[in-house]
Every structure is written in C-alpha cells, then in structure tokens.
Design a binder for this molecule. Structure first.
Ligand SMILES: Cc1cc2nc3c(=O)[nH]c(=O)nc-3n(C[C@H](O)[C@H](O)[C@H](O)COP(=O)(O)OP(=O)(O)OC[C@H]3O[C@@H](n4cnc5c(N)ncnc54)[C@H](O)[C@@H]3O)c2cc1C
Length: 567
C-alpha cells in the first residue's frame, strides 16, 4: 500500500498575489509612480519566493552563537551568524529596504511617497527575512535620527551613507541600546552614564539588557549625561561604534574585535526571533558620539528613531499576517477533509475570510503610518506630523495584537503540520509574539496614546479623519457610514471626558480599551478611503471590519461567501 504524502503548494508570489497591496500602491503613487516601482517590487518578490526563503530557513536552523574567547584565552566576544543571515543582510541592502526613502532618485520619483514604496518592500521582505526586518527597522530609525539638522554634520557624513548604502559590502545596520534590566518601558530608571571626553566625543558606562542586532556595526544608545538629573527627558542618544575598526580608542586591535569598552555578556535564549542575535551588553568608558547636543534634553530626539521602529513593527505585523494568510489559503486548496478540498468548507472559508479582514485592516494601518511618515520627512507637513503622533502608537499596538491572534489561527489552519518545526509554520506564532512587546508593550503604548490625546490634542486629526470617512462611506453603505459615525461620536465624548481627568484610575485602567477603539475606528476610515477610491476588496473589508470590530458582530457567513475577493 502506498503511503500518503501531503502535496505542498508552491510559494506564492507575494507581490502578484496581493491585490490590496497593488491597488494601495496604484492609489498612493498614481499609475506612473506604481509603474516606476514595479520592477523593484517584482525583483524582491522573486527573491523572497526563492533564495530568501532558503536563507530564512538556514538562518532559523543555525541561530547565532557567541564566541567569548579565542583559543589562547583572549576575550573576543564574537557574534557568529549563519550564511542565511548574511544572505538576508545582503538582500536588505541590495533591495534598498532601508535606503529607499533616503535615496535622491527615489525622492525625485515618488517624493513623500517614497515611504509608501518602502512599506511595500518591507511588506514583501519582512515575513521571510528570519527577522532581519528588526535590524532593518533599527538602521532606518538610526538613519532618520542622523538626518536631523541638530546632529553634527561630521557624524552624519561618516555614518549615514553606510546605513543607507545599497552595496552589501558597504551597508551596515544599527542596534538600539535602550532597555536596561531595571527599565525597558520605564526609561526613567536608566542608569547608563555619559561623560564628555576632551576631544568632543563621549564615554558611556552602563549595562544594556536587550540589544538586538548585536552583530551590527553601530548602535544608538541612550545614556544620562553626567549631572543632567533624573527622569527620562534628559536621556540623550549617542552613536556607539560596535567594532574596533570604527573606534578611535582601539590600538593594534583586530578590526572585528569589539570596540574598547564594549563587552557582550551573553546572547538571549528567546521564544522566537531565533536567527536574530539579541545580547546583553556592558559598556565601560565606551567611545560614543552625541547625536545632538547632550545638554538639551534628548528623549525627544530619540523619539525620531522610535517612531520609525514602531511603524516598522506595524509593517512587520501586517506583512506576517498577509503571508500567513497566503500560505493558509494555498494549503486549504491542497488539503482534503470530509471528502473535499479544505478550501470548499464553509467553516474553514469563514475562518480564513475573517483572517483576511484582519490582514486588510492591519495593512491599511501600517500603510497609513508610512504615508504620514513620508509627508513629515519630505514636506515637513504639520498636519501629517500631528496625526502621526497618535497613529504611530495606535498602528503599532493594534497590529501587534492582531498579529498574535492571527498567527495562532494560521498555525491551527495547518492542523498538526502547523505544530511541526520543519514545516516552518510554528515560527509564525513565535515571531508574532514579540511584536506586541518590543518598541513598547500594548499597555505602555496605550498610555502614550492617552498622553497624546490629553496633552497634545492628538484626538483632533483623528476625529477629523473619521468624520471625512463617514461622508465617503455614505454612498458605499449607509449602515457602514452610520456605524462609523456612531463610533466617532462615542470616541469624541470619551476623549472629552478623559481629557478632563487624565490621571484618574478609571481613565488609566481604560487606556488600552480606548486605544484599541481608536485604532479600530481609524482602520475602518482607512479602508473606507481606499474603497471610495474604487477598490472593491477594501469596500468589502471595510464593511466586515466595521461589523467585526465596531459592532462586534459575527461575520462568518459573509467571510465564507466572499473569501476569494478578500484574499
Ligand atoms: C526579542 C526582544 C528583542 C529586544 N530587542 C531590544 C533592543 O534591541 N533594544 C532595546 O532597547 N530593547 C529591546 N528589547 C526590549 C523591549 O523593548 C522591552 O522588553 C520592552 O520595552 C518592555 O520593557 P521591559 O522588558 O522592561 O518590561 P516592563 O516594562 O517591566 O513590562 C512588564 C509589564 O508591565 C507593563 N507595564 C510597564 N509599564 C507600565 C505602566 N506604566 N502601566 C501599565 N503597565 C505597564 C507592560 O505592558 C508589561 O506587560 C527587546 C525585547 C525582546 C523580547
């Protein structure tokens, strides 16, 4: 008797197969702008479905190791990574996944929308990058920080071109050394101290507890300038060269030795992100360059970086959800149950259709955040800046949670195979779980949203967007328009009441609920905007999203009937 072997569907082309991505680009870039991006996107998609999949598997199978000593007992602290990780690194540079929004050509072609193209690249690249998307995010954040006018031009000229190089032999990434054992969310407890040296550089001393991309050539570290006082506001960002080759303090050292004063204590043994080296790092009088004047409270400058990494986090969440959906959908076509293809089961179709609605919402949130970021950077658009202040945390927190719940469903949609390591499916869940944690947990971001609402009037641009979307929704679906209008009114009332007493325990306890409600309403508006432009899939997703997340209704029957349009 022959043994049954389950056929496996071939990898999906993540660009050609993603109708929402393509129509989003058509709308935001215009037909000519989208045409100009197609070559890049198709090239990356082909790599993702081929060599990068293999590199991803290799990097997952061969996690990084830390070699502390050489054979003769000298401390070397070398982080060794796999060939797959190096392939991912080279691909990120070659495909300009970090560089694109900084390239003069790209800005010339797409203007502020270069960030929209970059988001599309991330959407394709991230899910099969073995979380090289993390160093990509931090390199982009560092590049944005180095681009600020208050950063010394000598420092910028020395490091920015390396961060945004598209030559794999030149390109570097960056770490982000913020979290300390006593405080990740609570940065005010940071105890790393910065002291000026006579030559204008600084020396940092302290202990950093989570340092991802520990193999990167540089890091942006937060430190407290000596004598600057307590709290988080005064913390200043510094650039720390990671290797001897870039540290003026290194004499007669191997170029790839750690810079003097930088010690890698150990690598973290993590639930997921296994290919990504995350280290505990000690600093002892390590050479550092201030990014801006350390005498001027620096947390605001550091937030330039954090906003970028938060929107990358949203892109990673949305990209992972879309890829999980594509795989689950393809698997349902080849897996047979109860006498037919799984994809013909109304119940399974409803499950996948509901996931598709969530994936569409997450994509719109992340895409909107990138579009705003581009407008802030290229046009210094004050309206975009005001909206991004609240959209960045909302997009990050809402997509992070959706990514985890969706990943759990994707694993389940493969049945037992979803739980078996070498199918590659369990990783979806492991890697999703980090998304609500790093770059600010859900609760911490909810408090940030509350601060933005009560201290910076950040509700105004959001409520304006909701009101405009109500008008756009009316011709599409009166029920949808009424649902969004009711949500907007309730949110307006809640914002008024929380602003009246922002410190009350009732308001604080409800911060997460409020942030999620805002994110769900915003997502409805974004899908409505895309639907009003003429996208049929977005029109359906908007209606189902509003029923699911604003009215808390069951959408199974529609999700089943319309699965093909939703995917
Ligand atoms: C895989 C991985 C990689 C990482 N890489 C990096 C990196 O490269 N660089 C870096 O700097 N950091 C990194 N981090 C650290 C990460 O950013 C922090 O772990 C995160 O910000 C949470 O901080 P914490 O660990 O101190 O948790 P805590 O702040 O102790 O949080 C514990 C719990 O308390 C809640 N909480 C905290 N404050 C409040 C509050 N005020 N009100 C209500 N609830 C609250 C949180 O939501 C959470 O549920 C990484 C983490 C992971 C898991």
């Amino acid at each position: 008797m022959s043994r049954f072997v389950q056929p496996v569907p071939p990898p999906v082309d993540p660009y050609a197969g993603d109708g929402l991505l393509r129509s989003w680009l058509e709308r935001h870039l215009g037909p000519a702008g989208h045409a100009a991006a197609k070559g890049r996107l198709a090239d990356l998609a082909a790599d993702v479905a081929g060599p990068l999949r293999a590199a991803h598997a290799d990097a997952e199978a061969h996690p990084p190791t830390l070699v502390r000593y050489d054979p003769w007992g000298a401390r070397v602290d070398r982080v060794e990574t796999s060939a797959g990780w190096q392939t991912q690194r080279a691909a990120a540079a070659r495909h300009a996944v970090v560089a694109l929004p900084y390239l003069p050509d790209a800005r010339g072609t797409w203007g502020a929308a270069a960030r929209v193209v970059q988001h599309a690249l991330l959407h394709l690249y991230g899910p099969e990058s073995a979380t090289f998307s993390c160093p990509v995010a931090m390199a982009d954040g560092a590049a944005a920080l180095l681009s600020l006018p208050e950063v010394d031009s000598g420092v910028r000229d020395a490091w920015l071109p390396r961060l945004i190089s598209t030559d794999p032999d030149v390109a570097i990434t960056s770490g982000q050394w913020m979290t300390e054992s006593q405080g990740g969310s609570d940065l005010g407890r940071s105890s790393t101290i910065g002291r000026p040296a006579v030559d204008g550089s600084w020396r940092l001393t302290g202990e950093k507890w989570f340092c991802s991309a520990a193999d990167a050539a540089m890091a942006v570290a937060l430190a407290r300038p000596d004598g600057s006082g307590r709290g988080s506001r005064v913390l200043a960002p510094f650039l720390v060269p990671r290797y001897a080759v870039d540290s003026p303090l290194a004499h007669a050292m191997a170029p790839d030795a750690p810079a003097p004063g930088v010690t890698v204590h150990r690598l973290k043994d993590k639930l997921g992100t296994r290919a990504l080296p995350t280290a505990e790092i000690g600093l002892h009088d390590a050479y550092a360059l201030p990014l801006g004047d350390p005498a001027v409270p620096g947390l605001v400058r550091a937030m330039t970086l954090v906003v970028v990494t938060r929107v990358h986090n949203a892109a990673a969440a949305a990209g992972g959800m879309r890829r999980g959906l594509a795989y689950a959908r393809a698997y349902a076509d080849v897996r047979h149950v109860a006498g037919g293809a799984l994809s013909s089961s109304p119940l399974h179709r409803a499950t996948l259709g509901t996931l598709a609605v969530d994936a569409a919402g997450a994509f719109a949130l992340a895409g909107h955040a990138f579009a705003l970021l581009g407008r802030v950077e290229v046009g210094a658009d004050p309206e975009a800046a005001a909206e991004l202040r609240i959209v960045a945390p909302l997009a990050k927190l809402a997509t992070g949670r959706l990514a985890v719940s969706s990943a759990s469903e994707y694993v389940e949609s493969f049945g037992g195979a979803g739980y078996v390591e070498d199918t590659g499916v369990p990783r979806l869940l492991r890697d999703a779980q980090v998304l609500p944690i790093w770059e600010g947990t859900t609760n911490v971001l909810s408090l940030d949203v509350l601060r933005a609402l009560t201290r910076e009037d950040a509700g105004a641009p959001l409520l304006a967007r909701l009101a405009a979307a109500v008008d756009l929704a009316r011709p599409l679906s009166p029920v949808l328009a009424d649902t969004l209008a009711a949500a907007a009114t309730q949110l307006g009332d809640t914002i008024t009441s929380v602003t009246a007493d922002p410190g009350s325990s009732t308001v604080l306890a409800g911060a997460r609920g409020l942030a999620l409600r805002l994110a769900y309403a915003l997502t409805t508006a974004l899908l409505v905007e895309h639907a009003a432009w003429g996208d049929e899939q977005a029109a359906l997703a908007a209606r189902l999203w509003a029923r699911r997340w604003l009215r808390h209704e069951e959408i199974a029957e529609d999700a089943h009937h319309h699965l093909d349009l939703l995917c």
